[in-house]
Design a protein around this ligand. Structure first.
Ligand SMILES: Nc1ncnc2c1ncn2[C@@H]1O[C@H](COP(=O)(O)OP(=O)(O)O)[C@@H](O)[C@H]1O
Ligand SMILES: [Mg+2]
Length: 300
């Protein structure tokens, strides 16, 4: 079985958006979202890609879209290699294999400009706020929480979706002012329901989904989950076997890279150093492992 080759850049007609990791194209009736093998660490896209990483990101999103369709409708139509998708949406014929394996075809949506973050565990910016003020996203929390501990209930901590610069946290009253009380409640309820389902599913398979970010939109007037879903790029995954509250947890997917970059003495300003082959190989294997653990399937 051949390991996937490296795909860090795509160029096909009608670019819709090139993000840090994903290249999205306009197909007319739909969008093609290609997860490349680019990877970022400390907010910088690295000069070295991870072979097959994009396949894991795309297939994991597809997996979760199929698994959660009973909770909320979503934009997923199919993978770019599905014969039905090729026949219906790829009017110029099939895409090159390496793109098709990383490509999701999705319905076009009118995006709701809110990043719907749901947190099950106190870490990252939530831990920093709690240590300072005892609150998270403006709501007071029980005293005595330890770093990386589970919250009594998953917490909805939305932010603005800024085109440039950093997203700004929104309290629930601010969210209501922005989108209205009814939609604010739908965002929260749907986000919590999706997180709760995914957390339980992953936990049984040895993975902790510590937190995640959802995006929602409108498709022909119907509310839907859009963007990527429950991937290592939109979520924090921890290994359940090594989970130990009271300290920061290693990230399941990027820790090998982060550790190497830290030891390399890099000052975290672009450009980042080139990763050695051994680090690339171990990280690629880690992605395949996460995918297998969550889905029970091996990537071909
Ligand atoms: N179904 C959809 N219809 C329209 N826009 C979408 C849809 N799904 C996701 N998007 C948007 O497409 C963009 C993809 O960009 P992305 O690759 O995430 O780049 P970035 O690194 O800037 O986040 C995001 O702005 C996302 O909100
Ligand atoms: Mg994005």
């Amino acid at each position: 079985m051949a390991l996937p080759s490296l795909l860090t850049y795509t160029q096909i007609p009608n670019l819709f958006r090139r993000g840090k990791v994903r290249d999205t194209y306009d197909l007319g009736d739909a969008l093609l979202m290609v997860a490349t093998d680019r990877v970022s660490a400390f907010d910088v896209v690295l000069p070295t890609g991870i072979p097959g990483r994009g396949i894991v990101l795309a297939e994991l999103s597809a997996f979760w879209f199929r698994k959660t369709a009973h909770i909320a409708p979503n934009h997923f139509l199919g993978m770019a290699y599905d014969p039905y998708i090729v026949a219906t949406y790829l009017k110029k014929g099939p895409l090159p294999d390496e793109i098709a394996r990383r490509g999701m075809v999705i319905r076009k949506a009118k995006r709701i400009d809110v990043e719907c973050v749901v947190r099950g565990y106190i870490t990252g910016s939530a831990w920093a706020e709690y240590r300072g003020s005892g609150s998270v996203n403006g709501s007071s929390m029980p005293a005595g929480l330890q770093e990386s501990q589970a919250f009594p209930q998953p917490l909805f901590t939305p932010t603005t979706k800024a085109e440039r610069g950093h997203d700004i946290p929104l309290t629930l009253p601010q969210l209501r002012d922005l989108v209205g009380a009814s939609l604010a409640r739908t965002l929260e309820e749907t986000g919590i329901a999706l997180y709760t389902f995914a957390h339980a599913f992953a936990r049984e398979r040895g993975v902790i989904v510590a937190d995640t970010k959802f995006e929602f939109g409108w498709i022909d007037g119907q509310f839907a989950v859009i963007d990527e879903l429950l991937t290592p790029d939109s979520s924090r995954f921890w290994g359940a076997a090594s989970y130990q509250p009271g300290k920061p947890q290693p990230s399941f997917d990027k820790q090998i890279i982060r550790d190497w970059l830290t030891e390399s003495g890099w000052n975290k300003e672009p450009p980042a150093p080139v990763l050695p082959p051994e680090i690339v190989e171990r990280t690629a294997a880690r992605y395949r492992e996460v995918f297998h653990q969550l889905t029970g399937k091996m990537l071909a």
